[in-house]
Every structure is written in structure tokens, then in C-alpha cells.
Write a protein that binds this ligand. Sequence first.
Ligand SMILES: Nc1ncnc2c1ncn2[C@@H]1O[C@H](COP(=O)(O)OP(=O)(O)OP(=O)(O)O)[C@@H](O)[C@H]1O
Length: 209
Amino acid sequence: MINLKQVIFRYKDMTMQFDLHVRPREKVAVVGVSGAGKSTLLNLIAGFELPESGEIWLNGENQTYLEPHQRPVSMLFQENNLFPHLTVEQNIALGLKPGFDLNERERRLVQQAASAVGLDAFLSRKPTALSGGQKQRVALARCLLRDKPILLLDEPFSSLDPELRLEMLDLLDKLCTEKQLTMLMVTHQPNELKGRIDRILTVERGRLL
Ligand SMILES: Nc1ncnc2c1ncn2[C@@H]1O[C@H](COP(=O)(O)OP(=O)(O)OP(=O)(O)O)[C@@H](O)[C@H]1O
């Protein structure tokens, strides 16, 4: 599902090289110290960064130089996932298309995605009126609506307290299973993922151990 072949990325004097194979529906945690290259690895897969050389194969196709929106990938960041001037419904709807002229079917899909993350009653709220956990649920709903088979998460729940984090991890686990997603999640709390992931990858100085 995800295949990185000698992917080289250079930033100033730091050279990173990633070789990686992730099977369909595999759930993988990515760990490593700050600055090791975890976010860069995800950004390369998502297409937010382009490699100097090497190949990135996703879903059986060489997608090394495709634009992010053309890739079978959605990505959830630690914060700033939402547009503050838009409602929850509009923020989620962006997973479907850029405008907000939704037809009946599209509106139902948005409602279903909101419902899947337990936010049916919050559709008309703005992000400022949501808790940290609710905001990440909105962002997750938008990812689901994009309906891409690969989900990348960069420390998605780090700013939440431990109890809420576990609640979000349970929700994520359920959604990954239902949608048969392949998941890569950067985390500083790999212990919390025990029983929820297939393996842990360690990034050290721009390489996967
Ligand atoms: N576009 C960029 N702008 C600035 N620095 C970059 C960029 N791309 C990579 N780097 C550098 O590459 C290195 C790896 O950064 P990266 O964000 O991938 O690490 P990380 O393991 O995700 O760290 P953290 O846990 O702190 O988020 C750092 O030294 C970073 O400064």
C-alpha cells in the first residue's frame, strides 16, 4: 500500500533517506526524538514535500511527483486543521469539495461523517465554540469524507489530556477498521497505542531503524 524506495530528502545539511513498506490495512506508529524526520516522512508520503530522488508508490502506483490532492491519502495535523470562520458542517464538507453548494446526497454524507465522530449536534457551531477533542473530531470527519485509503496522523491528539486521548484513539481504531484504512501515526506516546497498532517504526536522524 505504501512503498518508499530509497527516498532521499535534503534539508540544509541534513540528509534523510527512507525505505519503507506498509501493507494494506496495517496500523503503524512512528516514533523518534524531535527533529528526527517523522513529519518529513509523512509529508513526503502526502506530497507536501517532494524527494530529491527515489520513488513513492501508493496503492500500487508510482506517485512520487503527484500533487497531494491526487494521492490516495488524507492527513490530520496536531492543530490548525480547521478554518475558524466556517461552521463544523462547512469544515467537514471541505473533504468533499471546495465550495459549499451541497446537494441533498452530499449534505447527508457530511451528516453521516459528523455522526461517525459523535458531532451530529454541533454542525452549525464555529470551531471557537468547540473543545480540543471536538475540533480533532471535526478534522477526522473531514478526513473520512475524503474517503482515501491511507490516513496519516501527525501527533493528532498530543494537546489533549490522557483520558480524552484514549477516547480519540478508540474512535480512530473503530473508524480504521470500518473503513479498512492503512494508518501511519506519529506519536510521542506509543504505550497508549498498545493493542491498537501492528508495529512501531523508529525514525532516527532521517532514517528508519
Ligand atoms: N521545510 C522545512 N522547513 C524547516 N525545517 C525543515 C523543513 N523540512 C525539514 N526540516 C528540518 O528537518 C529536520 C526534521 O524535521 P521533522 O519536522 O521531520 O522532525 P520531527 O521528527 O517530526 O520532529 P518533531 O517531533 O519536533 O515534530 C529538522 O531538523 C527540521 O528543522
